[in-house]
Design a protein. Structure first.
Length: 164
């Protein structure tokens, strides 16, 4: 190859890269690029298990497995979203539990918001919340009485009847 052919190849590669980036950004902004419902379900299961491990303790699922619901993928197509909530007995140190979970989420590049509130009986309620990426939203709520995980997957492409 001559020098001008190499420069032309580089320019074409750069143009193709910019086109690919622009199309991916456009899909993300319009909601056209969606994962499959099967992947959304798998993401929920993995994220919940990772969260339970970080929090420690013996957990009880509030359903036999991830519960499915119909959702809209944003382009007038139906899809499937999943939730799989968990609970366990309270924590002796709710703040430490929530901070341990938040640390795990941050290690996986999630932005986390930690909140502290008070239950009606005066005991503390600590919460960690994150959104986006593998799940639409997930929260951990910890008090001396009870700890819960509430999660909702992103809307994946698929048919709800495949998951009922």
């Amino acid at each position: 190859m001559t020098g001008s052919e190499i420069n032309l190849a580089r320019a074409l590669l750069l143009i193709m890269t910019w086109i690919m980036i622009a199309s991916l950004v456009g899909c993300a902004q319009t909601g056209q690029h969606r994962e499959s419902a099967s992947n959304a379900r798998g993401d929920v299961v993995a994220f919940v298990k990772r969260t339970m491990k970080a929090a420690g303790g013996d957990w009880t699922a509030l359903s036999d497995g991830p519960a499915s619901s119909e959702c809209s993928t944003g382009n007038d197509s139906s899809g499937v979203t999943f939730s799989w909530d968990q609970e366990r007995t309270g924590a002796t140190d709710p703040e430490s539990l929530v901070r341990a979970v938040a640390k795990t989420w941050k290690q996986h590049d999630y932005d986390v918001t930690i909140k502290q509130d008070t239950i009606d009986d005066g005991r503390p309620l600590w919460s960690a919340v994150t959104t986006g990426q593998a799940v639409e939203s997930i929260s951990v709520n910890a008090s001396p009485r009870r700890v819960s995980i509430e999660v909702q997957s992103a809307c994946g492409t698929g048919d709800i009847t495949d998951y009922e």
